[in-house]
Structures are given as C-alpha cells and as structure tokens.
Design a binder for this molecule. Structure first.
Ligand code: GDP
Ligand code: MG
Length: 354
C-alpha cells in the first residue's frame, strides 16, 4: 500500500479546471464519481452515509433525509425492541422480576406484539414503564453483563436515557437521527454535486444475505469506503451466532481489497466506533478474543494499531492505495474532515484527467 504524493495545485489552476469541469458536466461528459460504502452489518455504513448527505447543499439534504415521523417511529421501534430483548433473555441470565415489574412488562409485551400500530400515543402509554425497567438492577445487570448472549443496537443506552423527551410529541434532533438504527436492505443511492463534479454515494445492506446484491454496484467505482467496527472484537454476527464479527469483517475486507473488481479503486478504511472501543478495552481484554495480541490490553494505541495491522496484512498488492481513519461516525466534524480529504484526492484525480 502507499500514500499518494499530493501534487501541488494552485488555486488558479484548480479554478480553471473547475470551469473546464462545469463545461464538461453541462455537456454530460463526466461520469459521476462513485463512492461505495461496504462492510458487515451494523458497523456504521448508513451513519456515514447520513453524515455525508448532511454536508451537502440544502436540496440534497432535503431529498435524502427521511421525514421526522419516519425517524420518530424508528426511535420507538428501537426502544421497544431493545426492552423486549432484555425481557426475553432474562431467564438465560437467571434473572427474575417482581410481581409489580411483571405487570409493567405485560404492558410492553402487548405493544411489542402489535408493532404495526405503534404510535406516539401507544409509546407514551408505556414510556414510564420502559424507563422504570431500564433502571432496574436486573435490566442493568443484563445490559452490562460481560458475556452478552443477545444482539443489541449500540444506541440503546442513548435512546433509553432520552425516553422522557420521546414520551411527548417531539422533533428528532440530528443526533437522534444519527443514533437510530434502521437496517438497510438492498441498495441505496444518492446523487449530488461537489464543485460541479457529480458524485454518486452508494450504501448497501451488510448482512450476509444482503451481500449477493452488492455485485450490482461494483462497476466503475471511484473509491471504496470500507467500514469496520473496531469495537466488535468480542461479538458474534446477528445473522449467524457462530461467526465472530471481527473475523467476518476481516475476511470481507480481504475479499474486497483483493477483488479483481477494484484493482484500480482506492480504499478508505474506517475503523469505526472508536468511542465504544476505548471504553470496552478497559473491561474486556483484547487478548482474550484475539489470542495473538501480546501487547498492553489497556493501551488504545497498541490495541487499535494491532487491529489496523491485521486488516492491512490481508492486502496482497503492495501498491494498492489504502487510506485508514479511526472514527466515531457520530462525530460530524471528524467525519467531515475525513470526507473532505477523500473528496479532495478524488477531485485532484479529476483535475489531472481534464
Ligand atoms: N457509539 C457509536 N455508535 C455508532 C457509531 N457508528 C454507528 N453507530 C450506531 O450503530 C448503529 C448501526 O449503525 P448503521 O450505520 O445503521 O450500520 P450499518 O448496518 O453498517 O449501516 C446505529 O444505531 C448507529 O447510530 C459510532 O462510531 N459510535
Ligand atoms: Mg445500513
């Protein structure tokens, strides 16, 4: 892998190229620069997609940001589903609830059994019960258990801590929108222009059963944005409880970075969810799950570099252009900085061609 030498380009030169581009775009000679987000399920692809859209002009933002009621409904679904998970998994941890707690649980299960009709008023009617249960010793024990035997969205704590705000009619914030989890199915595309150059951003579903659809968008890729959750070293896949998320993501990266489809496409790897990773290494030693790690389990530098090296070690073509960034996809400023540098190197390539 190598880091590309950045050619010195003056503002004047870039501006003249920009005018050239505008003329070419007008005569439709310029193919869009196609950015493809790849990675396993829940690593943060759609969150990065949302962030990139939020950096664009108002028209693009309007076109590709879902309406508030869609976001609100998914916030409710995320919360009720998470609470249902805690309730269902409790017996496996030998956890019991009191008579009074069981009455509250009943009200939640009734709503869970009829999610189609979940609305602000049904949510409001059970919000206090959910909040109460979330704060019980039992649910906190399940949530904080070092051995998690169930699947849970990473935004659960954030959503639970905001229940009071969601329990009456509210306008979702940008943060709510970034945190809410909606599983992507199929292929989602967004078209926009940056400095008169057309871009196409493509997001896909990451679960194994979604991956066979990917091939439909493998043609003419300008850059792959490969996302992996660095926090996932101790968890298993949602769709396959016998496969570690880390191994799955590493193998997926190996396959993609060495694929004949992408021999000319640079890769930008997002080692994502560093916020969660920094907290997790304090509780769950990396060496317990990645046995060949012999460094300091408490050192963020050592553990994160080890994971990065594992990924980079799978690249067979030593001339492949692979950039890497450690990110928290919720951090708009940080993602904007990364995206600007990706966009800048792509625009330089276009400037060179024109
Ligand atoms: N704490 C934290 N949560 C994240 C981060 N990136 C994504 N998430 C959350 O993880 C969940 C799954 O993200 P999503 O973008 O839907 O993953 P996808 O399946 O790869 O598209 C969502 O609830 C996101 O808000 C991150 O860097 N830190
Ligand atoms: Mg997604």
């Amino acid at each position: 892998m190598c880091t590309r030498n950045k050619k010195e380009l003056t503002t004047e030169y870039l501006n003249s190229k920009k005018i050239d581009r505008e003329i070419r775009v007008e005569s439709s000679q310029l193919q869009p620069l196609k950015l493809l987000l790849l990675g396993s399920g829940e690593c943060g692809k759609s969150t990065i997609f949302k962030q990139i859209i939020s950096f664009q002009d108002e028209q693009t933002r309007k076109e590709y940001t879902p309406p508030s009621d869609y976001v609100i409904r998914n916030i409710f679904l995320n919360i009720v589903t998470a609470m249902n998970t805690f309730i269902k998994v409790a017996p496996s941890y030998e956890i019991e609830f009191s008579e009074e707690e069981n009455q509250k649980i009943e009200t939640i299960l009734r709503v869970f059994d009829d999610l189609e009709t979940l609305s602000q008023s049904t949510f409001t009617s059970i919000a206090d019960n959910i909040k109460y249960l979330w704060n019980t010793k039992q649910v906190q024990t399940i949530y904080n258990h070092p051995k998690r035997i169930y699947q849970l969205n990473d935004s659960t704590e954030y959503l639970m801590n905001n229940i009071d705000r969601f329990s009456k009619p509210f306008k979702p914030s940008q943060n709510d929108y970034l945190r809410v989890r909606v599983k992507t199915t199929g292929i989602v595309e967004a078209d926009f222009k940056i400095e008169a150059v057309p871009f196409k951003l493509v997001d896909v579903g990451g679960q194994k059963n979604q991956r066979r659809k990917w091939i439909h968008c493998f043609q003419d890729i300008s850059a792959i944005l490969f996302v992996t959750s660095i926090n996932d070293y101790d968890t298993v896949l949602e769709e396959d409880n016998s496969t570690s998320r880390f191994t799955d993501s590493l193998e997926l990266f190996r396959e993609m970075v060495n694929s004949g489809w992408f021999t000319k496409s640079p890769f930008v790897v997002f080692f994502n969810k560093v916020d969660l990773f920094k907290e997790k290494i304090k509780r769950i030693p990396l060496s317990q799950h990645l046995n060949d790690f012999t460094g300091n389990n408490y050192s963020y530098e050592e553990t994160s570099q080890f994971i990065k090296n594992k990924f980079h070690g799978t690249i067979t073509n030593q001339n492949k252009i692979v950039y890497h960034h450690f990110t928290c996809a919720l951090d708009s400023h940080a993602i904007e900085v990364v995206f600007n540098s990706v966009q800048h190197s792509l625009l330089m390539n276009v400037a060179e061609v024109l």
